[in-house]
Ligand binder design. Structure first.
Ligand SMILES: *Cc1c(COP(=O)(O)O)cnc(C)c1O
Length: 371
């Protein structure tokens, strides 16, 4: 499970534990002031994520996205935002089944289909007079680990630029998939990027950053818009995050973990092929999702529509069965089938996971009949 990808370092990494203790005893947990540690973490993030010229901290990925949207709305003077079916941008920004009942800004969302480059291009140009931004995950995480295609993400970037709309890339999860995030892997240059989850070393954190001219709206020297928040720069998350990013999840560690994940994903996919079950293991690097699907003519998973299963179907039962089966054998994944590897995962653990899945397949081989 790896705390839904935030627990990248495991649950008691010695360097993290030591930094928590030394921060508490030597500095204090949260001191209500700007600190040099904050500048150091900001620098580490700007070094790492090419499009981030300046960055500000908050306490969660949800907040980071709310702030990024506030920048877009303020700068453009417009309020509508294009989001994608299946997107998850936070507790108040959820689009798994349309606009969630508790979402903020209820009337401002325009929902488009993920991985539909022509559709989004058309929508951006049609709605440009009302649009502040397009917000997108480079790989939909909660939506089922569905990677965005290069063509789709570039279509957003280009159309946004042409129409004076901001391109916000939510890298709360995808920032851990490559040393410079998915923007580095795909060569994207978003106007704003949001971060969270793993960047606090496992502690609560969020960050939003990007173009200097946009971030200027929160510059207290020249703007009267406040970015206030008691814990925004709390020493604990900031110091631990800095230590974690600069000494634990180095570029080398990041590459190695994601290679391990990439290998595991293709091995899992291989295990399921040749069974009657229709199983897709989607994802990138060390973050993946096992999907049990009905036999359908198309085989590519491009959007949440391709993952739809009836709640009383064999596939839904199989998904739950898989989860319980793994749980009983000491493996804790997300019930929706998401697996996120943590640092220090051993060959032995990977072998155990694979062995358990082979047993599962043997036991339930006959369950799904390919049609
Ligand atoms: C988890 C997540 C968020 C929200 O982060 P929180 O810290 O849980 O508020 C936002 N965007 C994406 C893509 C996420 O996976």
């Amino acid at each position: 499970m790896g705390d839904m990808t935030a627990g990248l370092y495991g649950h008691s990494h010695p360097v993290i534990a030591e930094t928590i203790m030394s921060t508490v005893t030597e500095i204090g947990m949260s001191i209500g002031a700007t600190t040099t540690a904050e500048a150091r973490l900001a620098e580490a993030l700007c070094d790492r994520f090419a499009s981030i010229e300046q960055v500000r901290f908050c306490n969660s990925g949800t907040e980071a996205n709310l702030y990024a949207l506030s920048v877009a709305r303020h700068v453009t003077g417009r309020s509508k935002v294009i989001v994608f079916e299946g997107a998850y941008h936070g507790g108040l920004l959820s689009f798994a089944h349309g606009v969630a009942p508790n979402n903020v800004d209820k009337d401002d969302w325009i929902i488009a289909q993920y991985n539909d480059p022509d559709g989004v291009k058309r929508l951006i140009s049609d709605k440009k007079d009302f649009l502040a931004a397009v917000i997108v995950e480079g790989m939909q995480g909660a939506g089922g680990c569905i990677p965005g295609t290069l063509e789709f993400l570039y279509a957003i970037q280009t159309a946004a630029k042409e129409n004076g709309v901001l391109f916000i890339l939510d890298e709360v999860i995808t920032s851990r998939l490559a040393p410079g995030g998915i923007q580095w892997s795909l060569g994207l240059s978003p106007d704003l990027t949001t971060l969270g989850k793993w960047i606090g070393g496992g502690l609560a954190i969020g960050a939003f950053g990007g173009r200097r001219d946009l971030m200027a709206i929160y510059d207290p020297r020249t703007s009267n818009i406040h970015h206030s928040g008691t814990f925004n720069n709390n020493s604990l998350a900031i110091n631990v995050g800095h230590k974690a990013i600069t000494t634990v999840y180095t570029a080398e560690a990041c590459i190695a973990l994601n290679e391990l994940g990439e290998e595991l994903r293709s091995e899992l996919q291989e295990l399921f092929s040749g069974t009657k079950m229709v199983v897709h293991v989607t994802g990138i690097g060390a973050v993946m999702n096992v999907h049990f699907l009905p036999a359908r003519p198309q085989t590519k998973i491009g959007s949440i529509r391709d993952l739809s299963i009836e709640s009383d179907s064999v596939e839904a039962a199989l998904r739950d069965l898989f989860w319980f089966y793994l749980l009983e054998r000491g493996i804790w994944i997300a019930r929706r089938g998401m697996i996120s590897l943590i640092l220090g995962t051993t060959e032995l653990e990977i072998a155990h996971l694979k062995a358990v899945i082979i047993d599962f397949i043997d036991e339930y081989r006959g369950l799904l009949v390919a049609m």
